[in-house]
Design a protein around this ligand. Structure first.
Ligand code: AMP
Length: 393
């Protein structure tokens, strides 16, 4: 593996599609290895743009605009950081000269809940919650009747819990339908109706496909509110049978998607029963804890795997946690006060993403902590996040 000099004719370059907080860390890891980095996102000054060599502002669901930027930059690697991309363009332009990370097929199948769910459950025979898809009110009501309540309704294209709700009573079904349609991203008006899994806990299993084979990080436990992550911790204690089964499934799913990179594979766990939920062919928000819990964070692992560099070992440093810093209000000049309180305790760290504005609620940072016990790490991270005062003027 050979890497040249950024901004010279020997450069090795990577174009990130999406430049949020996860992309920012991927860019930093690529920069450390001397890769030329370019970021595309729908708005200027996105977090990853602030650390990249250059950037482009475009709507990545616009096939012509996306093709234009890839043809202009001719990067060695195209690294999707978000799902909402005109993935047909990635399929069209994938070649020996341009590597789509991990593969164009993986990006296409995971941009939409339907692609990955059908691959996992119907082609690979993996256990998931029962599910139906619906595109009309009539189909939807039939799906709810079929699956029964409680069930979870989600737009097939959405993130951060947007448009997602749980129907506990058939009387609420239409409300969830309207909510899902309002929260959908992209053109898809379709929803998935999933049987509610009464899980004990849920995990993200970070799985790395690299030139030397497949590696797994210690499982990450997390807590979600309204479909959006609030805190995560590592390692999540698991019974050996359940853990083995998660690793088996994660191996099968990521191999089916193909290519090199880090994947976030999500599972619901009850006793020894595990249900595959979904997979991101890229770093996962709950995996931000690895910035304090591992020698190679999920971002460093992604960069290594993509570039075909070895991952001989992943060192886990012990009980660790992350807690999100949220902003509320309307501002294009947020400020974060009392940071010293968040960092006063040993084994803590802060990441502030540098997002240029907030409208409503937005994740702006994360506090990381290590301790002797999981509970101690979680408490410390949450205490740190709560100490930070977000000022929206
Ligand atoms: P998702 O966007 O599909 O990852 O869903 C976000 C969160 O909602 C998950 O991490 C779970 O906490 C919860 N959730 C999603 N689907 C289900 C389900 N079928 N049963 C129970 N909880 C769910």
């Amino acid at each position: 593996m050979k890497i040249g000099t950024p901004l010279s004719r020997s450069k090795l370059s990577a174009l990130l599609l999406g430049g949020g907080e996860l992309g920012k860390e991927v860019v930093i890891e690529l920069q450390r290895l001397g890769v030329e980095t370019i970021v595309a996102d729908r708005y200027a000054n996105s977090p990853a743009m602030q650390v990249a060599h250059r950037s482009h502002v475009l709507n990545m669901l616009d096939a012509d605009a996306l093709r234009g930027v890839i043809e202009l930059e001719k990067p060695d690697y195209v690294i999707p950081e978000i799902e909402a991309i005109a993935t047909d363009v990635l399929v069209e332009l994938e070649s020996d000269d341009i590597c789509m990370v991990p593969t164009a097929r993986a990006a296409r199948l995971t941009m939409n809940r339907e692609g990955i769910r059908r691959l996992a459950a119907e082609e690979l025979g993996i256990a998931t919650s029962p599910y139906r898809f619906a595109s009309s009110e009539q189909e939807y009501l039939a799906a709810v009747a079929d699956i029964g309540v409680p069930c979870v309704v989600k737009p097939v294209m959405s993130s951060s819990g947007k448009g997602q709700s749980t129907v506990k009573d058939v009387d609420q079904a239409l409300e969830a339908w309207e909510y899902a349609r309002a929260g959908a991203r992209g053109e898809a008006d379709r929803v998935i109706v999933e049987g509610f899994v009464d899980f004990e806990y849920e995990i993200t299993l970070l799985t790395v496909q690299h030139t030397g084979g497949v590696s797994f990080c210690e499982p990450i436990g997390h807590r979600q509110e309204g479909g959006d992550y609030q805190e995560s911790w590592q390692p999540q204690p698991m019974r050996p049978t359940a853990r083995k089964e998660c690793e088996r499934i994660a191996g099968v799913v990521t191999e089916a998607l193909g290519g090199y990179g880090l994947f976030g594979v999500e599972f619901f766990i009850r006793g020894d029963d595990v249900y595959f939920s979904e997979v991101s062919p890229r770093p996962h928000d709950t995996g931000m804890v690895t910035m304090i819990s591992q020698d190679l964070s999920e971002f460093a692992l992604h960069a290594r795997a993509i570039l075909g560099l070895p991952v001989p070992v992943i060192r886990q440093y012990g009980p660790s946690a992350s807690a999100v810093v949220l902003a509320h209000g309307d501002s294009d000049a947020l400020a974060f006060d009392h940071l010293e309180a968040a960092l006063a305790e040993p084994d803590t760290a802060i990441r502030l993403f540098g997002k240029p504005e907030v409208r409503g609620e937005r994740r702006m940072g994360v506090v990381l902590a290590r301790s002797r016990e999981i509970d101690g790490a979680r408490t410390k991270a949450k205490r740190g996040a709560a100490a930070i005062q977000v000022i929206a003027d």
